[in-house]
Design a protein around this ligand. Structure first.
Ligand code: MN
Length: 426
């Protein structure tokens, strides 16, 4: 199934008059306070978020998995699904692959398919949290930090293989997330495990092409429940510095203990030029991987406020790689991703509306109340007309979720692929 621009334009005719009126009103309001709606719309149009290949099927839990009819059966079909999302939202112009779940057979055909859908290949993701089929060594007791030399060598070789696959697709970065850690006190020697992880990461780093980046993801617990080798941003930051200038920290919103001040972590990393990548999701308790913005939208806004500040004021920090890292077992994954993309762009648009100069002045004057008012004024603005305008201008749907349902996309995919399909992933 493909969604053409003409089809989207036809659907957009309903609602066009309403959009013109609401955008006109909001532009006028923003103009009065010296803010440029057109500039926000332009920034929104440019803002692209990578979709990970594992988010296109229903997510499982350790208790079971309920498939969604019409799940993609192959890498080709995963690319098609992201193409549908991009056609509807205008903001999903990249796909992030996971190896070994998505090893291409015909690289040229895969590149062409992605390019026809307007997609580029974002960060590659390696996997040393599962044992590879038929491999001689196991990751049961760790991969890059395993005390067994042979397991580490296998894990290093896998990451280098992922880089080589990514090179053939035009990707420019590798994300490493380690499940390594311990379930019980005394099980591992913290210092030795960290030392081995640092050494292994350096070997992977040495295999990076000149224009590539290495993203080091952290997580406090799970699947190991006593300790993880890369438990927090400080450890990731230290390892990135150990590797070199092309290595960066990657922040995944769900990889923090409850109530962690993530916006401050973002600010600190950007100040040091080391925030490389960002994974979006939302959580109530832990790494819940819920739909972005479904639980703590104000926290997401505060994080975006720091991201916007950093993108303006920290030229030493590269433009971050954005990706949704969520997974569900109850929603249609494509509808869920549309909701996540909307929440991300909403938070970004609101952060763009923060009057940074006024905020800086209020901070200088210690006007605490004014500081809060400035932030909340931006947060309370209904920015949806700006989001719709950005989509309209890029040929995407005014209302992507309504268009998805109107076009009966899931039924088309199910007719084409069957109702018993299972996408590779967790
Ligand atoms: Mn992640």
């Amino acid at each position: 199934m493909k969604i053409s621009r003409d089809l989207v334009a036809t659907i957009n005719k309903t609602g066009a008059a309403d959009q013109e009126a609401s955008f006109g009103f909001l532009s006028g309001q923003l103009d009065k306070s010296g803010r440029d709606a057109g500039e926000v719309v332009r920034k929104l149009s440019e803002f692209q978020v990578a979709i990970p290949s594992w988010a296109l099927g229903a997510g499982g839990t350790r208790f079971g998995r309920f498939s969604m009819p019409g799940e993609p059966r192959s890498l080709e079909e995963k690319i098609d699904d992201v193409g549908l999302l991009h056609a509807l939202t205008g903001s999903a112009g990249a796909i992030s692959l996971h190896i070994p779940w998505d090893v291409p057979e015909d690289y040229r055909a895969i590149r062409e398919r992605a390019s026809e859908a307007g997609l580029v290949f974002d960060a590659m993701n390696s996997n040393t949290f599962q044992d590879p089929k038929g491999a001689p060594e196991s990751y049961k007791y760790g991969s890059l930090s395993n005390s067994a030399h042979a397991s580490r060598e296998q894990a290093i070789a896998h990451n280098i293989e992922v880089i080589r696959i990514g090179e053939k697709l035009g990707s420019k970065s590798l994300t490493v997330w380690l499940a390594d850690g311990a379930n019980f006190p005394g099980q591992a020697n913290f210092q030795q495990a960290l030392d081995r992880a640092a050494d292994s990461l350096s070997q992977i780093y040495a295999a990076l092409p000149g224009d590539w980046k290495l993203f080091i993801e952290y997580k406090p617990y799970e699947p190991n429940f006593y300790s993880t080798v890369i438990q927090d941003w400080g450890t990731s930051f230290m390892l990135a510095n150990h590797c070199g200038p092309k290595a960066y920290t990657l922040v995944d919103l769900g990889h923090h203990l409850p109530n962690t001040n993530i916006e401050q972590i973002v600010a600190t990393l950007m100040y040091k030029g080391k925030l490389g990548g960002f994974h979006f999701n939302d959580s109530k308790y832990g790494d819940d991987d819920l739909t972005v913005g479904s639980i703590k939208p104000y926290a997401l806004f505060l994080i975006f406020n720091e991201l916007v500040y950093g993108m303006r004021n920290n030229p030493g920090n590269p433009y971050p790689a954005w990706m949704i890292d969520a997974s569900h077992n109850t929603k249609d994954p494509l509808e869920d991703l549309i909701q996540s993309l909307e929440a991300i762009r909403e938070a970004y648009a609101k952060a763009l509306l923060v009057d940074q100069e006024a905020l800086g002045n209020a901070q200088q004057e210690h006007d605490v109340v004014r500081c809060q008012e400035i932030l909340q004024d931006a947060y309370r603005t209904d920015v949806r007309p700006l989001l719709r305008q950005a989509r309209l201008q890029s040929g995407a749907a005014l209302d992507p979720l309504a268009a998805y349902r109107q076009l009966d996309v899931r039924r088309h995919l199910t007719d084409q692929r069957g109702s018993e399909t299972v996408a590779t992933g967790l």
